[in-house]
Design a protein around this ligand. Sequence first.
Ligand code: PNS
Length: 159
Amino acid sequence: MSRAVCPGSFDPVTNGHIDIIGRASRLFDEVVVAVGVNQSKNRLFTADERVEMLERACAPFANVRVEGFTGLVTTFCTEHDVQATVKGLRAATDFDYEMPMAQMNAALTDVQTVFLPTATGTSFVSSSLVKEVAAFGGDVSAFVPDFVLERLTTRMAQR
Ligand code: PNS
């Protein structure tokens, strides 16, 4: 069985992530979305909230499941019998960020990295920009699912 992982912090999940996860689900028998829960970056949403939103976002994909993870992506892959990581590439800056990680992961294990170009409609969408625009009251409804938008609106109002 071919199995891939889509790792990320997903703070929060965007339509761009969902596009990549959906396309990965058509390339592999099984896809595990691995939500990094021990990163140092300040998060808007807790690990449980991020996992919950992803579970909802991935519900349409029968062969996709969501798990939180700590430690190295390569360790997660070994422990879950995963052969590949799938990452979306929006622009050259993503390539510069992702390439050394892909090469390091390949040096650590034989896990392969598959890069998927993002859809043109989501190539400018990132969790960071969505949060920034939402923080200043901008309309991000085109970039995240409705239930994420609700969570974002509530969280921003609490700040
Ligand atoms: O969405 P992000 O913030 O780009 O996701 C980053 C994530 C979680 C995929 C990355 O930080 C990660 O892989 N962390 C696990 C630690 C690890 O494996 N580091 C070595 C990479 S070569």
